[in-house]
Design a protein around this ligand. Structure first.
Ligand code: ADP
Ligand code: MG
Length: 323
């Protein structure tokens, strides 16, 4: 496992590829190819509280990318997705979409940010009225949509449907299609999770336009974009006011908070120890097994930049040969 620590994919580089054609996000390096295609590399970087941690997690990128494609393939009857192929467990070749700058958050339960607002007396979240008398982790009568703006820098901010329309970020017709689709996706995610003994608690979708068609992009139902609870014993824990058994990267946030990092300005990011990095890997692998029902088998990532180069070359040649 020490070996794996040395081979984490922290950042990627392809000889001769112009930096201006690469978007380096918190977790992904996105290469813009020819022919409206992207090579999206899910690296082993990990972010928490919107900060990228200095140390990477072995095989985290493969785990996330594989979970995302696992779900993308199972929602293609609901909406076209950006997925074209997965030539390597760290890489997705995707349709290059015009991103709609809204994070479409769907919540089935009163958890996380929604709970923090509620606990402080808030009864309206992103324009949605929350019922009185609820407790933490309780299921909403029906899932709610609490969008956030996709900020170029810093934290994403809550936004209401009203404001999305007033600011003309999307047209009313498109917004209706987006929300209908998001609820259908959440229903499908819930069904798939149920079969694995999990409850899909909340998640975030991103959409784009590809040849004017609404398209599901980015990651879907991964532990970075979603929260899950173990279904077994959920009701009992809820009525006894006990914490829920969560499957998400919440434990990383907890570790950071134990180490005095809350994501506020002026705080220093603690360094992750080797032991903790391995523990995080093991938790992600466990998550993978639980969610997909398959064992996670790592793929060697030594000389990954060379592998990426040949993947990119192959996909660019295809693009160039088209008129
Ligand atoms: N098919 C796509 N077309 C265009 N952009 C995409 C597509 N899929 C994902 N993206 C964008 O690529 C980026 C993925 O990198 P990520 O590390 O998640 O970035 P961020 O820090 O912005 O969340 C996101 O900004 C996402 O909106
Ligand atoms: Mg992201």
């Amino acid at each position: 496992m020490k070996e794996a620590l040395a081979h984490c994919i922290q950042t990627t580089n392809v000889a001769g590829f112009l930096e201006k054609n690469i978007y380096r996000g918190k977790v992904r390096d996105v290469y813009r190819l020819y022919n409206e295609k992207l090579a999206i590399v899910t690296t082993d970087r990990i972010s928490a509280f919107d900060h990228i941690l200095q140390e990477a997690i072995p095989y985290k990128g493969q785990i996330l990318n594989t979970i995302a494609s696992f779900f993308l393939e199972q929602v293609e009857d609901i909406i076209p997705t950006h997925l074209l192929s997965v030539p390597h467990p760290n890489v997705t070749i995707a349709k290059d979409c015009r991103v709609i700058p809204i994070e479409v958050v769907v919540r089935g339960y009163l958890t996380g940010h929604a709970w923090r607002v509620y606990k402080n007396g808030g009864r309206v979240l992103c324009g949605v009225t929350l019922p009185d008398g609820m407790k933490e982790h309780q299921r909403f009568p029906t899932p709610i949509i609490t969008p956030a703006t996709k900020a170029d820098q810093g934290h994403d901010e809550d936004i209401s449907e009203q404001e999305i329309l007033t600011r003309q970020i999307v047209s009313p017709e498109l917004w209706e299609a987006i929300t209908n689709t998001a609820l259908k996706l959440f229903e499908r995610g819930t069904e798939i999770a149920e079969k694995r003994g999990l409850l899909l608690v909340d998640t975030k979708y991103e959409f784009g336009l590809y040849q004017s068609q609404l398209t599901l992009i980015d990651e879907v139902h991964t532990p970075d974009s979603s929260r899950y609870f173990y279904a077994d014993g959920y009701e009992e824990r809820l009525s006894n006011d006990e914490p829920q058994k969560q499957l998400s990267k919440e434990f990383v946030r907890e570790w950071l908070m134990e180490n005095k990092f809350f994501g506020k300005d002026g705080e220093t990011l603690p360094n992750l120890t080797d032991e903790f990095r391995i523990e995080v890997y093991q938790r992600y692998a466990e998550l993978f097994n639980q969610i997909t029902g398959r064992d996670f088998i790592p793929t060697e990532t030594k000389d990954f930049n060379l592998t990426l180069e040949s993947i990119i070359n192959e996909n660019m040649t295809v693009g160039k040969s088209k008129p």
